[in-house]
Design a protein around this ligand. Structure first.
Ligand code: SF4
Ligand code: SF4
Length: 262
């Protein structure tokens, strides 16, 4: 069994086990790989934030970036359609999937260590600067480079399992062949098909000025979810997800609606 098969078998097994323990019906996870030298990583200092790190700034002899997606359950997506803040099930899955991502990233690093390689797990979330809300590592951009998805107009990643997914990263000095990088766009609006549903679903109109106050409006709304559900769940649940529930790309790559034949 090669390293890829071992990592993927491990991710599938652990997601299933963890889903059983937490009663979360996760959909199928996926793993993607990219070269740590992919020039797109350097571009992230311009595209994401000047403080965004490159794989080699995290691990000097990095060869590969391993990304994985964990799609939330259909129940979480459906129960998050109504209301202006994250539903209980959405918040519950957000919290426990963060635990799972940190656990998986650590265990993948340990698996690599047993094979004689180094692996650096990246935290699931809260690695951002409180003054700017920018993180020094973007799982979304990294997963994009690993071929796991394409960006929608809301700047979220549309994966094979849609946008309702959580993401993780491990950086390693093991050399692993990069995954296929799809060139076509997945987002309907980007394909010239009328949509923009994600933008309209935001209860605080954050996308109208995302680079300015929009990001902060989004965060404030996520804190309202935390205020409502943290005590019952027992973890920080600063999330919302209205822009990735009840959209054509929430759980799969969107297909244009077929016109009815009359
Ligand atoms: S809801 Fe529509 S416009 Fe928004 S990301 Fe999905 S496909 Fe693109
Ligand atoms: S941008 Fe998305 S996550 Fe943020 S408040 Fe709007 S709908 Fe919620």
């Amino acid at each position: 069994m090669d390293l890829k098969e071992k990592i993927e078998g491990y991710v599938n097994l652990r997601v299933k086990e963890f889903g059983g323990k937490t009663s979360i019906s996760y959909r199928d996870p996926k793993v993607g790989y990219s070269s740590a030298l992919n020039p797109l990583f350097k571009e992230l200092k311009k595209v994401a934030h000047p403080n965004h790190l490159t794989p080699k700034e995290i691990l000097g002899n990095a060869e590969t970036v391993i990304n994985f997606t964990i799609p939330l359950s259909l129940r979480a997506v459906n129960e998050n359609i109504r209301g202006n803040i994250g539903s209980y099930q959405w918040a519950y899955e957000y919290a426990y999937t963060n635990v799972l991502i940190n656990f998986l990233a650590r265990e993948i690093s340990q698996l690599l260590a047993r094979k004689g390689f180094k692996g650096v797990p990246i935290a699931a979330t809260w690695n951002w600067d409180e003054k700017t809300l920018f993180a020094d590592w973007s799982h979304r951009h990294s997963a994009y480079i690993s071929g796991l998805g394409k960006f929608g107009v809301n700047n979220l990643l549309i994966t094979e399992m849609g946008t309702a997914v959580r993401l993780g990263t491990v950086i390693t000095d093991a050399e692993i062949t990069p995954s296929f990088f799809p060139t076509e766009e997945y987002c309907l609006s980007k394909r010239g098909i009328k949509c923009d549903i994600c933008l309209k679903r935001c209860p605080v109109h954050a996308f109208e000025n995302w680079g300015g106050e929009g990001k902060w409006k989004c965060y404030e709304n996520c804190l309202k979810t935390d205020e409502k559900h943290r005590e019952r769940i027992g973890y920080v649940v600063d999330c919302c997800g209205k822009c990735i529930s009840d959209t054509p790309c929430a759980t799969s790559i969107p297909k244009p609606e077929k016109k009815k034949l009359v």
